[in-house]
Design a protein around this ligand. Structure first.
Ligand code: 2PG
Ligand code: MG
Length: 417
């Protein structure tokens, strides 16, 4: 048995320059590290992120979370079997004892939980993606590349937070990357020709000063065409609206600055879907607006409807959504729930009920590539991890390219529904 001999945590920085926690777990001289990511458009049911509220770091430092790892968590998991993830996670969950991990902080718990998973693979000498519940027939996920940033990830006034492309035509991950590369480079030229800025937002997508959804969509359609692909066939446009941010008193300001009813908002969506052949929409409505979600699912036919802030990677909320017929896909973010074991439970349940599982980064992320391994290791058919820009995003894609090379498969993409 390989036992945990030491756990230490430290403060490092995320891609927005904010402090975050990195934990390192040891079995003797061998160790693995994990850095916790952090969101900007968070759901209110997410597990709690512990920060210090001190002046020096504008309330963002994580020294209390680090103390919790170094002084509390470390003692409890010492001598535990590194390969028994479920046992270690259940100790962490019990030790915290609160519904949203408010006592120890989900950031301290998750960084330890992921480091344990990584170290177990390292000691077994297997690639990390082979240390999940799928044992063979690994496939690569389709990238959902966020190529125009809006909402709280940019300051351009675009209502919708993420304008993404998915290279449906690709039969290998390398091909998927090459398709996205062409479209992004052409988009850059088109934006430049319009005398707009090609500077990027938090997730590496361009953040030109445009504040109209359709202007952004037209730029993307043009760049797909210019790259020689057919929109809606070779490549699909996908959106994350982040509906929580656009909600006020039963109304939404998705399609313009004006707040309109749910019915009108749905009609607006249906028009966009038809005009731009949109295949996937995440968080079209707010996290508690269950009826709006089920109405939209009924009317939107083949659309992939993705719950992010709606489910917050939480099994209870996913079950509620399933009964309510709220969506047909779920976004998976480990830090919304706080342990690897709970994340896997949600993925397994989602796959059992026929939901698409999309593994996701956070807007504040790092060089940690755990989610790439998680996507392959759970046979999730999509991954959302920003644009082909900013190293914290590109690192995830590069890790998937390495996995693809290891797999030596010809048609290596997971099946899209
Ligand atoms: C989202 C995410 C990731 P954030 O809303 O899906 O793109 O953003 O991490 O800011 O919640
Ligand atoms: Mg989202």
């Amino acid at each position: 048995m390989s036992k945990v001999t030491k756990v230490i945590a430290r403060q490092v920085f995320d891609s927005r320059g904010f402090p975050t926690i990195e934990s390192e777990v040891f079995c003797g001289k061998i160790s693995s590290k994990a850095i916790c990511p952090s969101g900007a458009s968070t759901g209110s049911f997410e597990a709690y992120e512990k920060r210090d509220n001190n002046k020096k770091y504008l309330g963002k430092s994580v020294f209390k979370a680090i103390y919790n790892v170094n002084k509390i968590i470390s003692k409890k998991i010492l001598n535990k079997d590194i390969h028994n993830q479920e046992l270690i996670d259940s100790i962490l969950i019990k030790l915290d004892g609160t519904k949203h991990k408010t006592k120890l902080g989900a950031n301290s718990i998750l960084s330890v939980s992921i480091a344990v998973k990584k170290l177990s693979a390292k000691i077994k000498n297997v690639p990390l993606y082979k240390n999940f519940y799928i044992k063979k027939n690994f496939n690569l996920p389709y990238p959902l590349m966020n190529i125009i940033n809006g909402g709280v990830h940019a300051n351009n006034g675009l209502r919708i937070q993420e304008f993404m492309i998915r290279p449906d035509k690709a039969r290998t991950f390398s091909e998927a990357m090459s398709i996205c590369f062409s479209i992004i480079q052409n988009l850059k030229k088109i934006i430049k020709d319009r005398k707009l800025s090609t500077a990027v937002g938090d997730e590496g997508g361009f953040a030109p000063m445009i504040n109209n959804n359709e202007v952004a969509l037209n730029l993307i359609v043009k760049s797909i065409k210019k790259s020689g692909f057919v929109n809606g066939k070779d490549v699909s446009i996908c959106l994350d609206v982040a509906g929580n941010e656009l909600y006020k008193k039963g109304k939404y300001s998705i399609h313009s600055k004006d707040y309109i009813s749910i019915k009108k908002s749905i009609n607006g969506y249906l028009k966009l879907i038809k005009k731009y052949k949109i295949k996937s929409i995440e968080d079209p409505f707010a996290e508690n607006d269950w009826n709006a979600w089920s109405d939209f699912l009924k009317k939107s036919q083949d659309l992939q409807l993705v719950g992010d802030d709606l489910y917050v990677t939480n099994l209870q909320r996913l079950k509620k959504g399933f009964l309510n017929k709220s969506s047909n896909a779920i976004l998976i973010k480990p830090n919304q729930i706080g342990t690897v074991t709970e994340t896997l439970e949600v993925i397994k349940f989602a796959q059992k009920i026929g939901y698409q599982t999309i593994i996701s980064h956070r807007s504040g992320d790092s060089e940690d590539t755990f989610i790439s391994e998680l996507a392959v290791g759970t046979n999730s058919n999509q991954i959302k991890t920003g644009s082909l820009c900013r190293s914290e995003r590109v690192a995830k894609y590069n890790q998937l390219l390495r996995i693809e090379q290891q797999l030596l498969k010809k048609n290596n993409m997971a099946k899209l529904k």
